[in-house]
Design a protein around this ligand. Structure first.
Ligand SMILES: [Zn+2]
Length: 294
């Protein structure tokens, strides 16, 4: 059995998968946000609770914000900033007394969808999470691409392409720079542009004829098209899978491919933009799949 842990900013999800990939157990607990030691303990307790319930020991994979720096062995780039600079892999492995595998959460998402989801069989796939933050991961031949700096696919902290004058310099990002793709494409940015609190309110308001929501959605789709055009130019994926809260907006899957042709350096664009087959469970499934099928 494979156990996956998806460490998010507000919740930690744990799941056990059987050898056929089916769920044996799924649990969610709140993240002890801002408390590193409590986060390590919570992950240990979640794994042990799953194993106690099933009466079986499993392999453990963890999907995390940010990544483990090959240069220092410590966490970098996590928007849950209490992880940064900490030996998270060693601490979790020590707490559980076994080897544990780790990957960036967007890499886990891409791995899940490439393993048995919407990007199954794709030679190259890009997984993007548009939620509280913006993350990206690349799957090649059904495996997550890590990269020399362990940042492959991290396009959220590159500048918004083809910015209009009113998009420069852009909002300040948690990474310390301005105008990152994340500051335009995170769910909160869409909500703020539409004048609402939650991005989930934007589509119903636009459907009801609210001009601010309609304009915000159209502008968001164009920004997403510009941002993904650069990904297509660089790695030319067959499939792009969109997770996170914004990925639940159905119209993106028709509208954005209509827009990205103006930006991609190609006569036609065969890349498909699709929702995840496993919804918000893809993160935890991809973490479990860090122990790959043999
Ligand atoms: Zn940034």
């Amino acid at each position: 059995m494979r156990i996956g842990i998806d460490l998010g900013g507000t919740k930690i999800e744990g799941a056990a998968l059987g050898s056929d990939g089916g769920f044996l157990d799924r649990r969610r607990i709140p993240t002890p946000a801002g408390d590193y030691d409590a986060t390590v303990r919570a992950i240990r307790d979640l794994v042990l609770a799953i194993e106690a319930g099933l009466g079986e020991r499993g392999s453990v994979g963890v999907g995390m914000p940010g990544t483990l720096s090959p240069a220092t062995g410590l966490v970098k780039n996590a928007n849950s900033t209490c992880l940064n600079g900490r030996p998270f892999d060693r601490d979790v492995a020590a707490a559980l007394g076994r080897e544990v595998r780790f990957a960036n959460d967007a890499n886990c998402f891409a791995l899940s969808e490439a393993t048995d989801g919407a990007a199954r069989g794709a030679a190259v796939a890009f997984g993007v999470i548009l939620g509280t933050g913006v993350g990206g991961g690349v799957a090649v031949g059904g495996r997550a691409l890590v990269g020399a700096n362990a940042i492959a696919g991290e396009w959220g902290h590159t500048p918004l392409p083809w910015p209009a004058d009113d998009e420069r310099p852009g909002a300040l990002c948690f990474c310390g720079r301005r105008g990152c793709i994340e500051t335009f494409l995170r769910g909160g940015a869409l909500a703020a542009a539409a004048g609402v609190v939650d991005a989930a309110e934007v589509v119903p308001r636009a459907a009801a004829g609210d001009p601010a929501a309609t304009a915000a959605l159209a502008r968001y789709e164009d920004r997403l098209a510009r941002s993904l055009a650069v990904v297509i130019d660089l790695i030319d994926p067959e499939v792009i899978v969109v997770g996170g809260g914004v990925g639940q907006i159905d119209r993106l899957y028709a509208d954005v491919p209509r827009l990205w042709g103006a930006y991609v350096f190609s006569d036609a664009v065969a890349t498909r933009l699709v929702p995840p087959a496993w919804g918000d469970s893809s993160g935890v499934r991809g973490a479990a799949w860090l122990w790959e099928r043999t």
